[in-house]
Design a protein around this ligand. Structure first.
Ligand code: GUN
Length: 281
């Protein structure tokens, strides 16, 4: 069996094309969506992600501001900036790129963002709304994964869904989103004794663990939908996911590539949340 490849770049392009029309309409009404991106320090991965987000804003006609703070900025400087952005009427979304340098308190920073501008969906109020099933901002990567599953036409209802990884950004919200679609959901993590056995049960497998090529073909149920959230650099310096593409593609029914799978969807969902926020103001 050879898996069908889910083209995240194409799905994201479709979503962005629709958003572009919506943004033009909002702009013609004097309500251009605005996103503030905050970066602290010079982590090269964070820089790369921030540039990609700014590029997406420019491409779609979203107003964007970058606020670049030095690595040794204080907690109160960062909180002051967030307070200003919370009050700024041009800004509908505030994104603080994570991780922050270790001397800063990430939780307190996230909580300072006005929930109405929390386009990352990380604020406890956004997470709480997701948990109890009322509308709110949803973390972009798991929201993008849901769109990719939808693209396969495979129904989630009643299916065995296995999420590998329990981060606040991906694993936990992903599990709730799958549950909301009536999946039977298992979360696996570093203390799960038999990861392979758990994975083999999955009709839908989401790998979000950050270990290069951990998931091999013999851990996959034939025909499963496999979504690879990981991005790591392997021993040969190549960008790879959590999934060993060559072996898994021989067993799975559907598979996302890295790059070109989940990554482009995260940005598309960020743009979607920013437009949604502008509509709410
Ligand atoms: N760091 C890694 N992923 C993300 C994300 O989706 N949002 C923010 N703000 N930081 C991140």
């Amino acid at each position: 069996m050879s898996a069908k490849i889910i083209d995240g770049k194409a799905v994201a392009a479709k979503i962005k094309a629709n958003l572009k029309l919506q943004i033009a309409d909002l702009t013609s009404k004097g309500k251009t969506p605005g996103l503030a991106v905050v970066i602290v320090g010079d982590n090269p991965s964070s820089r790369k992600y921030v540039n990609m987000k700014k590029r997406a804003c420019a491409e779609l006609g979203v107003y964007s501001e970058e606020h670049s703070l030095s690595r040794d900025s204080t907690q109160s400087e960062l909180l002051c900036l967030i307070d200003d952005l919370n009050q700024n009427p041009r800004i509908h979304g505030i994104l603080v790129q994570l991780p922050l340098p270790s001397h800063l308190n990430e939780g307190q920073v996230i909580e300072r963002i006005a929930p109405s501008k929390d386009v990352d969906g990380f604020h406890p109020i956004s997470v709480g709304k997701l948990m109890i099933g009322i509308p709110g901002f949803i973390s972009c990567t798991p929201a993008g994964v849901m769109e990719l599953i939808k693209e396969t036409g495979v129904s989630i209802e009643g299916k065995e869904c296995v999420v590998i990884g329990r981060s606040n950004i991906v694993g936990k919200p992903q599990a709730i989103l799958l549950l909301r679609e009536h999946g039977t959901v298992t979360i696996c993590h570093s203390r799960t004794p038999d990861l392979a056995a758990c994975c083999r049960r999955a009709d839908i497998l989401i790998a979000a663990v950050g270990k290069p090529e951990l998931i091999k073909g013999d851990m996959i149920k034939p025909g499963a939908v496999v979504i690879d959230v990981g991005t790591s650099v392997n021993a040969e310096g190549k960008l790879v996911g959590d999934v060993h593409f060559d072996s898994v593609s021989k067993v799975a029914g559907w598979l996302t590539p890295v790059p070109g799978g989940v990554g482009p969807m995260t940005i598309a969902m960020l743009m979607k949340n920013t437009v949604e926020s502008a509509l709410n103001f």
